[in-house]
Design a protein around this ligand. Sequence first.
Ligand code: GAP
Length: 513
Amino acid sequence: MAKQEDVFKKVVSHAKEYGFIFPSSEIYDGLSAIYDYGQNGAELKNNIKQYWWKAMVQMNENIVGIDSAIFMHPTIWKASGHVDAFNDPLIDNKDSKKRFRADVLLEDYCAKLEDKAQKEIEKAAKRFGDSFNEEEFVSTNPRVLEYRQKQKTILERLAKSLTNNDLADVKSLIEELEIADPDTGSKNWTEVRQFNLMFGTKLGAASESATDLYLRPETAQGIFVNYLNVQKTSRHKLPFGIAQIGKAFRNEIVARQFIFRMREFEQMEMQYFVPPGTELTFYEEWKQKRLNWHLALGLGNENYKFHDHEKLAHYANAAADIEFKFPFGFKELEGIHSRTDFDLSAHEKFSGKKLQYFDNERNESYVPYVVETSVGLDRLFLAIFSNSLKDEVLEDGSERTVLSLPPALAPVKAAILPLMKKDGLGEYAEKIFDDLKFDFNLIYEEKDSIGKRYRRNDAIGTPFCITIDHDSLVDNTVTIRDRDTMKQERVAVADLRRIIDEKVNFRTLLSQI
Ligand code: GAP
């Protein structure tokens, strides 16, 4: 089995074993691509939301946050283009009866070509050592050039076929490249068809009068239809932004890779309303701001890259993804889109209500343009979780598994561990717990050896373990152990709040953006 798959398997099993993520409805054998967050997962997820909300809403004077309903008027999805164009091209394998996204089969083929190019580069880097000039190598090596040119040709043809809705050509491309079902090797494919990703449901009790609704496939439309309400009540001038965190639903054709692609997931989106003609400047600005926000997490700058879109969605005049190096390769984490005035203009047309802004400086009314930043909360969770999970061999040869989460995001900030329950140690530890619980999420554990308790807390990413022993009763000091360095220090109980806070406070994280 490939190493990448081993790493990913470990991520999935660790998430389950330590109460982060469970398959939904597991006792009924689960539901495909739906997951529940357990006690530690819910905390980590909430902390990620806080990091986003504080950076987006609290730290930007001209951005406000809302919470709109999941159910929305069905005409909204007609106006937004989702009824007609929110499709994925699907293809079935006639032998395995498995369903695939035709574009993903082609993109995966290109990713393999890129892997081959990377291997050539790595080989050359080893061969030439310090004198290796990567830039020169990639622009002259015939094999690297060939792999890259082939990818470019395929992706350009795919983008053109999808734009022209030429699905027969997408199938021809799959056949020409002899792409097979990755699991069975069969090349016996059906035609490529479009498949709408929205889930439908009904509003109302009587079947004859019930209205057809959709579960929202993005949170953004809840922002657009509230644009005027928010602008008027907040009295913000352009440019200003509206942010929202909430659930979205998509009937994904291929929903593998754990919480990377789910059918029910959460998005953290922000729409930035700007005067027409300025949108591309703000688009570049937000690309950089969002990248900086990710980099501040300290997961490694080399794990992020931009991918500028060749094929633009029906609403965009520029778009890019921030990609992250997941255990299965670089994939989209966040999208930044310049959405023009498409959405607001469409809602004006379909609702018959004016959604204009009067610009005092320009002395004119217009429909604002929009730059959007949209990140999947679950995908971000997976990025942070998988990157933080490490197996370490210690100096004495023993091993530990540690989840080195950014401390502000850790589900539990400190574990309060009396060496034993008796001799008054339990009571003393409970007092410390009761004092610190107003500031931090803590756990109290008195079972098992201290070593085992340390390991359990390392595995859920607890930044500090605080051990109470007999000396604590005499001199009011405890041992505090740092998750990452494993160093233990004797400190006064009175200093605990300050020591923990310095490390886990959101300020420490936010000030690095
Ligand atoms: N409002 C724009 C929009 O929804 P998108 O690129 O379709 O754009 C934005 O989605 C982000 O939402 C993606 O970058 C990804 O992080 C997340 N996302 C999309 N589909 C997802 C799914 N099925 N499961 C988990 N996250 C998803």
